[in-house]
Design a protein around this ligand. Structure first.
Ligand SMILES: Nc1ncnc2c1ncn2[C@@H]1O[C@H](COP(=O)(O)OP(=O)(O)OP(=O)(O)O)[C@@H](O)[C@H]1O
Ligand SMILES: [Mg+2]
Length: 318
């Protein structure tokens, strides 16, 4: 069941897209986006993320379903909604010979907004592009080009911003910088929907996460709730001497003996810290039982582990 949200800024129901040739890129997507949230859409290559964004932004014609943005039916009243929506596309489709500042000004004009030099300067400065404003786009680095796409998407001051893999191919430093900027947009009240292959990015930024695969939304939830529900703790305790069998003192703990009894493996918890507490209790029980150990590795599952599990489970079921 997809949770409904009150008064969504974007409301998608039953969205389907079958491309020419019969490929079903979207297969009955229901999604409601709250005003002011950062929503991360995660999915493997070809899952349908760009198609979904394209449908909302008027670049892909849906085969079925309805989409409302700001209460406007996107099929009938697309223009009214479109000027309030910004898109940072996955692919660069900008004139490479244009200087940075011209292309950003042009993007603003495209939506019928009056020129506003101060606003353009503010956007370029916030993306550290001001010094490059007169440089032709083809002479920028890959990361700078991505920032130009963001500047273009911000030029008409959208309330709902789509970022299709905003940080693909961007170095770690710059990626963190972009996260800060996206956070700042959210603080200004902009609603952000982003797709990413860096699950760490979703874990860092998102309020809610949707997982899409083969055109279907498998799960949509608050990030924290998703991690609490599906998260696990795994601890590897290397014993000083191998055990032939599980000691009675450990009955009741979710543990297994591996590597010929030399490794005690705990798999439990729920992503809320319960696992760590249980591992601490487990080590005390070991000491009380006179079992010595020489090392412990604890791993809390990340959103990435959850994502991989979900997609794999679907692969097995298919
Ligand atoms: N114009 C098109 N014509 C035919 N098939 C298309 C077209 N655009 C996309 N597809 C197919 O639709 C499916 C979904 O593609 P889409 O670009 O939405 O995936 P994605 O989730 O954005 O993937 P990635 O993570 O690689 O960007 C893929 O199988 C793709 O090959
Ligand atoms: Mg894509």
């Amino acid at each position: 069941m997809v949770p409904r949200v009150d008064d969504p800024i974007l409301d998608i129901r039953g969205l389907c897209k079958t491309y020419q040739g019969g490929l079903k890129a979207l297969d009955g997507v229901d999604l409601a986006i709250r005003k002011g949230e950062i929503f991360a859409l995660l999915g493997p290559n070809g899952a349908g993320k760009t198609t979904l964004i394209g449908a909302v932004c008027g670049l892909v014609r849906p085969s079925a379903g309805t989409m409302f943005a700001f209460g406007h039916d996107l099929e009938r009243d697309w223009r009214a909604a479109r000027r309030r929506i910004g898109l940072v596309p996955q692919e660069m489709a900008t004139d490479m010979f244009e200087p940075v500042i011209r292309t950003v000004k042009y993007s603003r004009g495209l939506f019928g907004l009056a020129p506003d030099a101060a606003r353009i300067e503010e956007i370029l400065r916030s993306l550290s592009l001001w010094d490059k404003r007169d440089t032709q786009i083809r002479n920028l680095s890959g990361g700078m080009k991505r920032r130009v796409l963001i500047a273009k998407a911000l030029a008409h001051e959208p309330e709902l911003l789509f970022l299709d893999e905003p940080t693909a191919g961007v170095d770690v430093e710059l990626r963190k910088d972009m996260w800060r900027q996206i956070g700042a947009l959210r603080d200004k009240g902009v609603t952000v929907i982003l797709t990413t292959h860096y699950i760490e990015e979703a874990q860092e930024m998102a309020d809610r996460v949707g997982i899409i695969d083969k055109g279907r939304l498998l799960m949509v939830d608050e990030k924290a709730a998703m991690m609490a529900r599906l998260g696990r703790t795994e601890a590897h305790i290397t014993l000083a001497a191998p055990l032939a069998q599980m000691p009675a003192a450990l009955a009741g703990y979710p543990v297994d003996l591996e590597r010929d009894g030399g490794l005690l493996v705990y798999r439990g918890g729920d992503g809320t810290g319960k696992g760590r507490a249980e591992v601490a209790a487990l080590t005390k029980a070991l000491i009380m039982a006179g079992i010595d150990y020489v090392g412990i590795d604890i791993h809390e599952s990340s959103l990435e582990d959850i994502f991989v599990q979900l997609i794999e489970r679907r692969e097995v079921a298919a």
